[in-house]
Write a protein that binds this ligand. Structure first.
Ligand code: NAD
Ligand code: WQD
Length: 365
């Protein structure tokens, strides 16, 4: 691995107790980076941090900090030499964002502003930002732009997506404003799925899952009665919408590739650049349903219902820019992602709630 070339200062991971953040911390450690995690646990808990330490046999400094609390964040920067930040912390539920826009704008935008101000104060000028394919909105309005390249015009249709685009624009403005250059990698994720192959960490949504794979896995362990398929009258192979599903470990590795890319940019130049992180392959809801049924060997009950408000026909990435520049591409397909999701689910049928599961399955340190 990259131990010898990795920097000795720390990478701060905001939202590192969350789904994508926790998987990225594992990859960072495996690539020789030293990390610190901050999270306010608004959508997570300490358990994944405990498990990552077990999995990687590495102590990870953790601070329960809300990013909007500048004094608390500054105390973290005072204690550790932080050189780069991977910024996952944010609220992400599309539906909730339309009901509570102030909550989303405040948390996502103020949190990012405070983070950037703190980074500036402490001279940390490298940031990888979690953006989303949702910034493209309904890309099918540009028929020659499917699969979607980064040049596709943006047009988010919900407050969550608008906070992501606003932050992208803020980063661009900040990059353009200064002589001492910032280095920004803006990563537009498509649909992250799956779990770490160890089954030690995975996705554990609070409440009723909004997303397809977590919902299906809860049906499989009988926490939910059946899957509701949101519409089968779309103009696709089987009438259900198309998405670009990407294994969360592949996605996590995209962050390592981005950090390495930023490291190669001369600090007198800086950079602010967008990359799609997707596979380039689209799957319909029914294709994913079948792949997951195969993985768990259950014919999951489902019912076709009306389309979900705000859903679009096709969000498939054109990942060429990441392949060429970051030297990164996906290595695992939907079937492998479903297998790893099922492994995580069977080991942790009620997610992280069953604390102590680490001891039971994996042996306490
Ligand atoms: P997640 O909710 O599992 O993780 C986000 C973490 O950030 C949580 O642990 C939460 O407690 C924390 N957090 C939120 N607000 C915070 C604040 N103000 N201060 C400190 N911590 C805070 O979500 P995820 O799926 O891991 O997503 C990570 C990032 O990627 C988010 O920014 C999300 O918008 C973005 N993203 C996610 C997806 C997806 O489908 N999962 C797709 C595209 C983009
Ligand atoms: C996938 C497909 C649904 C649940 C969301 C956000 C996006 C990004 C990724 C953060 C769709 C169908 C789903 C169910 C279903 N997140 N579905 N029954 O909507 O593509 O993207 O997560 O940035 O911003 O919008 O993902 O998993 O919710 O849906 O039929 O119970 O599954 O209609 O076609 P989506 P999803």
């Amino acid at each position: 691995n990259g131990t010898s070339s990795a920097p000795q200062s720390y990478v701060l991971v905001t939202g590192g107790a969350g789904y994508i953040g926790s998987h990225t911390v594992v990859e960072l450690i495996e690539n020789g980076y030293k990390c610190i995690v901050v999270d306010n646990f608004s959508n997570s808990c300490y358990e994944p941090i405990a498990r990552i330490q077990l999995l990687t046999k590495t102590e990870i400094p953790f601070f329960k900090v809300d990013l909007t609390d500048q004094a608390a964040l500054e105390r973290v920067f005072e204690q550790y030499p932080i050189d780069s930040v991977i910024h996952f912390a944010g609220l992400k539920a599309v539906g909730e964002s339309t009901e509570l826009p102030l909550k989303y704008y405040h948390n996502n935008i103020t949190g990012t502003l405070v983070l950037l101000e703190t980074m500036q104060k402490f001279g940390a000028k490298k940031l990888v930002f979690s953006s989303s394919a949702t910034v493209y909105g309904d890309a099918t309005r540009f028929p020659n732009m499917i699969p979607i390249p980064e040049e596709c015009p943006t047009g988010p249709t919900n407050p969550y997506g608008k906070t992501k685009l606003a932050i992208e624009e803020l980063l661009e403005d900040l990059y353009n404003s200064e002589q001492t250059r910032w280095k920004f990698a803006i990563l537009r994720y498509f649909n992250p799925i799956g779990a770490h192959p160890s089954g030690i960490i995975g996705e554990d949504p609070l409440g009723i899952p909004n997303n397809l794979l977590p919902y299906m896995s809860q049906v499989a362990v009988k926490r939910r009665q059946k899957l509701f398929v949101f519409g089968n009258q779309y103009n696709s192979r089987d009438g259900t919408p198309i998405r670009d599903y990407i294994h969360v470990v592949d996605l996590a590795r995209g962050h390592i590739a981005s950090l390495k890319y930023l490291d190669k940019i001369h600090s007198s130049e800086g950079i602010c650049r967008v990359w799609n992180l997707g596979s380039g392959t689209g799957s319909t809801v029914m294709e994913v349903y079948k792949a997951f049924c195969l993985a768990c060997k259950i014919d999951l009950p489902y019912e076709i219902v009306g389309p979900r408000s705000g859903d679009v026909l096709n969000l498939t990435a054109k990942p060429d820019r990441a392949i060429q520049e970051l030297k990164w591409k996906t290595t695992m397909n939907v079937a492998e992602s479903c297998k790893d999701l099922w492994n995580w689910t069977t080991r942790n049928p009620s997610g992280y709630q069953a604390k102590g599961v680490v001891n039971k399955f994996f042996g306490a340190p």
